[in-house]
Design a protein around this ligand. Sequence first.
Ligand code: HAM
Length: 422
Amino acid sequence: MLTTAPRGTNDFLPGDVEKWQYIERIVREICEHYGYQEIRTPIFEHTELFLRGVGDTTDIVEKEMYTFVDRGERSLTLRPEGTASTVRSFIEHKLYANPQPTKLYYLGPMFRYDRPQAGRYRQFHQFGIELFGTNHPSSDAEVIGLAMDFYKRLGLTGLEVRLNSVGCPSCRQEHKVKLQQYLEEKLASLCKNCQGRFERNPLRILDCKSSTCQELTVGAPTITTCLCPSCIDHFAAVKKYLDILNITYKLDETLVRGLDYYTNTAFEIVYQGIGAQSAIGGGGRYNGLVEQVGGQAIPGIGFGLGLERLLMTLEHQGVKLPLANKLDTFIVALGSAADGLGFKLMQELRTSGIKADKDYLEKNFKGQLKQADRKGAQYCIIIGEDELARNAAIVKHMASGSQEEIKVDEITKYLLSQLNKG
Ligand code: HAM
């Protein structure tokens, strides 16, 4: 127990962490290219925020939140997603008072109490973006386009965009009535949760994970058949902008998403090669959310991309990320005087921006070279008794085996130019 991480959580160890760091670099790079700025919000929020924001009849709120009462008797919840927190912060700090739109991104852990399986964890990580202040259909296409560009920059192929429109509150009202009529006679067979959802939010029944409910809703009227003319127009324009970006998509009338705040555009990005949890990302428009959380009526749209599922997809497609974690140089010193000189030189190399390391276990010459090899050092700096006497060292290029003796004072300059770091 003491030496086992909690169920559904993961350690990311050296060797894997470099992949995360690379992905995070691409996130920052792409967000800069598209004009999104980073926002960092707390890991926990007032529970009320998610009840209101995500929706109190969603699976997330009904079954999956990590909620606790703190020592001050406040109910707090580990964030299950990033949109509600970003909306809260957007309102609290009056970001709407700046020239719009506001374009934000975040990276970080989210928490959902669900049955863990491959691709589904209790602590998982998302890269998300949220764009506030416009309902323009090109912004919907930009958000989906950014996600697809991100995956492309990482070298992924074969992903599918599933697209739907879930309409506005008036389309939803019409759909609610049709859905209730359709489900009325099946009500007794629905799961307990869905029976409770029938009156308040029957749309949620379409997203239930229970296989019985899934079977009972096959053929149910879809929201898409209830769209009002203005929502139809918006959806058509989004598709036109996606065509401009050459983004192919599959229309999916059954796509309703698991969170209550969506209006109009809803999408998921799916990769079939990683098993049952195939949604590697999802998002959509939420034109009522800012108001619902206590702000003005300001539209928004965004996505959340699961980073664990992204790593599984990279693995499944055999993508090798260009990780530059090799050591530049390893110091091989023989005897304590040489070790002292090597230690001083190592410090000079490191402060000059050269990745340098040495032996700390007093290994012999062969043992030190082995360590250099294991760490992938490009160069070895060898200081024996003779070199020490001449205040010099042998600098050996490991790949070619070529070597030369260089005065200790000149080694940093020499390596900076060899490594193109000058
Ligand atoms: P979501 O669909 O709930 O949307 O989550 C987004 C992505 O997070 C999923 O597609 C999946 O890749 C990943 N994910 C979700 N749950 C888990 C889990 N238990 N384990 C591993 N990965 C998981 C949202 O969270 C919305 N906030 C997205 C959004 C932003 N919509 C508008 N703006």
